[in-house]
Write a protein that binds this ligand. Structure first.
Ligand code: HEC
Length: 129
């Protein structure tokens, strides 16, 4: 009887432990992924425009502005306190700002404007993703 009770107690503790672990995993901050997914969406829209050969100045500007404001969230939401990481995030800011200043109004200009941005995404991923 005592053994059976101990086994039952062990099972209950096991279940409680599992629930706690699952809760902890679910509580993982969703923001880093959300920020990256949002930036990916806007970069994706810009490359779709390029592929379709339909690069509209207003739409280019809108996606670049969304990219710019979303990129300001990288450092605050990622828990990575390393200088090269914040430098990479800073470089992204600079390059998006330059792209906005270039105000690409056709596909040739858009391709030239987003190339350095894509390179920044890639180089940070090679190091931190
Ligand atoms: C400063 C570094 C840095 C820069 C710059 C950066 N990323 Fe990321 N990115 C990361 C890290 C770190 C992860 C992994 C996040 C994780 O798994 O929690 C990531 C993950 C991603 C993911 C996968 C998200 C998922 O579903 O797990 C996508 C998509 C992405 N980035 C797109 C981009 C795009 C597009 C750009 C450029 C506009 C960009 N990133 C610029 C650091 C960066």
């Amino acid at each position: 009887m005592r053994v059976a009770l101990l086994i039952l107690l062990g099972l209950v503790i096991g279940v409680i432990g599992t629930v706690n672990v699952v809760n902890a995993l679910n509580a993982r901050n969703p923001m880093p992924k959300a920020v990256m997914t949002t930036m990916d969406y806007h970069m994706g829209q810009l490359s779709h425009a390029l592929k379709a050969g339909h690069c509209d100045a207003t739409s280019n500007q809108r996606h670049l502005e969304r990219l710019q404001s979303t990129a300001t969230d990288i450092v605050p939401v990622f828990d990575i306190a390393e200088q090269p990481f914040s430098d990479a995030a800073g470089q992204l800011q600079t390059r998006v700002r330059q792209a906005l200043q270039a105000a690409p109004a056709d596909c040739t200009a858009l391709a030239a404007a987003i190339k350095p941005i894509g390179e920044t995404c890639k180089s940070c991923h090679q190091k931190y993703r």
